[in-house]
Design a protein around this ligand. Structure first.
Ligand SMILES: *[C@@H]1O[C@H](CO)[C@@H](O)[C@H](O)[C@H]1NC(C)=O
Ligand SMILES: *[C@@H]1O[C@H](CO)[C@@H](O)[C@H](O)[C@H]1NC(C)=O
Ligand SMILES: *[C@@H]1O[C@H](CO)[C@@H](O)[C@H](O)[C@H]1NC(C)=O
Ligand SMILES: *[C@@H]1O[C@H](CO)[C@@H](O)[C@H](O)[C@H]1NC(C)=O
Ligand SMILES: *[C@@H]1O[C@H](CO)[C@@H](O)[C@H](O)[C@H]1NC(C)=O
Ligand SMILES: *[C@@H]1O[C@H](CO)[C@@H](O)[C@H](O)[C@H]1NC(C)=O
Ligand SMILES: *[C@@H]1O[C@H](CO)[C@@H](O)[C@H](O)[C@H]1NC(C)=O
Ligand SMILES: *[C@@H]1O[C@H](CO)[C@@H](O)[C@H](O)[C@H]1NC(C)=O
Length: 664
């Protein structure tokens, strides 16, 4: 697919190269073009990675969205992929389903609808993708497998696509199968059939958001499957494909990639894979997990987003290096442009790609990322060397430009003064070619496109810890467009605003845990539900909350302090948990599973009565109150030493919470 580069390199090895005339690379569209470019994107969800973003005040929230989506401003993303919420833990939290129960439908839960709308408002051309990580329990009929009843799962997924259009005017362009889990050919074919039958012929199918195999073999052996699948999407391909993959003739994407801490090495990883996923793997889209780090940083994969916006309480956010690395490609291309066949590796390390709109526009993106400054989280990266090089690019075919725009980023790990997305003086093309001196760890865009811009806003407010004293009576429901209360990050179960208009008392607006059946999970969700909030470094705190058990058959609720975990390991969460149960007992445990009991006894508690629970932790001691009266005191608590506050239930069961407060 790519042309070998010119021979001069043979005559001058690395050591002497700086005195050589340089290497020559040809950019030619007369020999035919390469594949169509599909875009660079970000992934929100998988899971709950944009959770804290929605609660930023203006103008900061809009500024963050502009850095992500606004054309010719920042990352100017061309693809937004979102999780189709499935009520289960999907990495950094749970995202609500549009159908918690079989007879339930609501297309206003969570924040992905809102996010897609904001992205579309900024860039009407943005490509939208939906993919499930998990499914509500009823979809699996009690089994942890979504394909036993393919018709149920298909109609569940298609209803999400129809709902996007009906309630939000959003056209979903692509849909996936089951993130990084098994697929089922029968399901994929039925999905295609049902989409077509529902007037959604334009919605294309990606499979299987896992490794290249086994989907490749299945597609090669099954004509009907081959027709149903539009894109083969692999995760973290390390820029490589298997030879069989090309035989499918399919469009190839890195449909999830990056997942690397967003410092400058993260930027280097992103620069390398954006180019080399095509150069080395013929992949025409690369999608970063995740779009924006908007989850508590101590949850798994903290700050693995294109930028950081994890402090709605302060308004602080950070435009990290991957934003500007993205801009090097996205601001100077459009999906639908074609790669040239003349793309490749540079002789002394790094790579170049060239794309054209086939109307005379040319964009060349060059990266010279060294190994140690571009390692991604996975897969391992074999050693290689990059050295300074002088590269001459000869324009052939329809590229007759006399002047090219130049944008440059230097990661510069020596001086630690990196430069990102800086516009340089245009290059004069002389005798059909231009020459660049390429240092190690640089990105260049050389292009006919003149519309590039490095957008900026005034510095946001400084970073600050989560407020020491915090309360929420959930009455803001009256005006919020979101279904979830600010700053609560559900780790198992889903906690939503609830409104009881028949309640004459103080608990009309509450927060309700709504998942009543174990979902078809993606990881091992806890058997209890839990939502966390606050500062991971909190030690001595008082957590209070009004609680209301709705489970007739028993069940219980808790407030917690020093909660030490979330994400995929939520089952092993430790902390200090104060539980009351509808059977008239209470318990204090050092774990979410409720097995390590520190104290227990009788309490006059039952379902359908509001109680105020209060837990106070100081040093090695904890005490608990029920309705303002001490229920247990001075229980010794040794581990963990710090963590978030939390609320939750003893099982997948309904319960309500009101008047949450935490203070030192
Ligand atoms: C959207 O796509 C059209 C057609 O390719 C293009 O002319 C237009 O500039 C694009 N708009 C943005 C904001 O990218
Ligand atoms: C390019 O991809 C091939 C397989 O597709 C792989 O063997 C090779 O190591 C890759 N090269 C680089 C430089 O990543
Ligand atoms: C390049 O694209 C711009 C719009 O971005 C267009 O106006 C121009 O005609 C195109 N062609 C060339 C050769 O610049
Ligand atoms: C990189 O360069 C060093 C020093 O010149 C050399 O020892 C090493 O073998 C090279 N590594 C590779 C992968 O070429
Ligand atoms: C221009 O380039 C051609 C080859 O592309 C070469 O033969 C010629 O000598 C060059 N002219 C100048 C003035 O460099
Ligand atoms: C709503 O409030 C009424 C009156 O207090 C109460 O009887 C009922 O159980 C409440 N419903 C829920 C779901 O909390
Ligand atoms: C919440 O607590 C405050 C005291 O901190 C109290 O005034 C208020 O009535 C409580 N609200 C409800 C709904 O119980
Ligand atoms: C927690 O703080 C409240 C005041 O907000 C206080 O009334 C209560 O006694 C404290 N709880 C415990 C268990 O000490």
């Amino acid at each position: 697919m790519f042309m070998p580069t010119v021979f001069s390199a043979l005559a001058c090895f690395a050591v002497f190269c700086h005195i050589c005339s340089g290497d020559n690379y040809i950019l030619d569209d007369t020999i035919g073009l390469g594949r169509a470019f599909d875009g660079i994107g970000g992934l929100s969800g998988g899971g709950a990675t944009s959770r804290l973003l929605v609660n930023y005040d203006e103008p900061y929230r809009s500024q963050i969205l502009d850095y992500l989506f606004k054309p010719n401003f920042g990352a100017s993303l061309q693809i937004l992929k979102v999780e189709i919420g499935g009520d289960a833990q999907s990495t950094d939290g749970t995202e609500p389903s549009h159908m918690h129960y079989e007879n339930d439908e609501n297309y206003f839960r969570g924040y992905e609808w809102w996010l897609m709308g904001e992205a579309k408002r900024r860039n009407p051309n943005i490509t939208l993708i939906g993919l499930p990580w998990a499914f509500p329990g009823w979809v699996g009929h009690g089994e942890n497998w979504p394909f036993h009843f393919p018709d149920i799962t298909v109609s569940y997924v298609v209803s999400w696509i129809i709902g996007a259009k009906q309630y939000h005017e959003l056209d979903i362009d692509y849909v996936g199968i089951w993130n990084e889990r098994s697929f089922d050919s029968k399901y994929i074919k039925l999905l295609r059939y049902t989409l077509d039958k529902s007037g959604l012929e334009r919605v294309r199918i990606i499979a299987s958001d896992n490794l290249w195999e086994p989907i490749t073999s299945f597609v090669l052996l099954d004509q009907e499957l081959q027709e149903a699948v539009d894109v083969l999407g692999a995760h973290y391909p390390g820029t490589t494909i298997l030879p069989e993959v090309l035989k499918t003739g399919k469009t190839l994407w890195s449909s999830e990639d990056y997942s690397t801490f967003n410092n400058d090495v993260g930027g280097g990883c992103w620069a390398r894979i954006i180019n080399q996923n095509y150069v080395n793997g013929s992949m025409t889209a690369t999608i970063a997990w995740n779009l924006v780090s908007s989850y508590y940083q101590e949850l798994p994969f903290g700050r693995d987003g294109l930028m950081t916006a994890q402090e709605p309480w302060s308004g602080n956010y950070v435009v990290e290096s991957p934003i500007w690395i993205t801009a090097h490609t996205t601001q100077f291309t459009q999906p639908g442009w074609r790669y040239l066949q003349t793309v490749g590796h540079l002789n002394h390390g790094g790579s170049y790609v060239a794309l054209t709109d086939q109307k005379g526009n040319l964009t060349v993106v060059i990266e010279t990322m060294s190994h140690d400054h571009s390692v991604c989280i996975r897969p391992p990266l074999l050693p290689y060397n990059v050295t300074f090089q002088r590269a001459t690019f000869s324009l052939k075919g329809s590229f007759v430009s006399v002047e090219l725009q130049v944008w440059n980023s230097k990661l510069d790990f020596k001086t630690k003064k990196p430069v990102f997305f800086q516009k340089q003086n245009p290059i004069k093309v002389s005798n059909g070619s231009f020459t660049l001196d390429l240092n190690v760890d640089e990105v260049y865009t050389v292009t006919t496109v003149t519309t590039g811009q490095k957008g900026s806003y005034p510095e946001p407010p400084p970073s600050a810890p989560f407020p020491k004293a915090y309360k929420d009576d959930f009455n803001v429901r009256k005006c919020s467009v979101f279904s979830e209360a600010p700053n609560f990050a559900d780790q198992t179960g889903v906690f939503e605003y609830f409104m009881n208009l028949t309640d004459p008392g103080p608990h009309v607006y509450t927060l309700q845990q709504v998942v009543t059946q174990r979902p078809v999970t993606w990881v091992a969700d806890a058997d209890q539900t839990i939502s966390i909030i606050g500062d991971y470094n909190w030690q001595d705190v008082n957590v209070s909350c009004d609680v209301y058990m709705e489970n007739e058959k028993g069940g219980g609720v808790f407030v917690a302090a020093r909660v030490d975990k979330g994400g995929g390991s939520v089952r092993s969460t430790k902390g200090i948990f104060f539980w009351i149960f509808a059977d008239g007992t209470y318990k204090v445990t050092s774990d979410l599973s409720g097995e390590s009991i520190l104290a227990e006894g009788l309490s006059p508690t039952r379902a359908h009565i509001w109680y105020t629970l209060s837990l106070s932790v100081k040093g090695n001691y904890a005490s608990g109150e029920l309705n303002g009266h001490a229920l247990w005191t001075n229980v010794v608590v040794l581990k963990p030493k710090n963590g978030w506050a939390g609320i939750g239930t003893s099982a997948f069961e309904l319960a309500q919470f009101d008047n949450f407060s935490v203070h030192p």
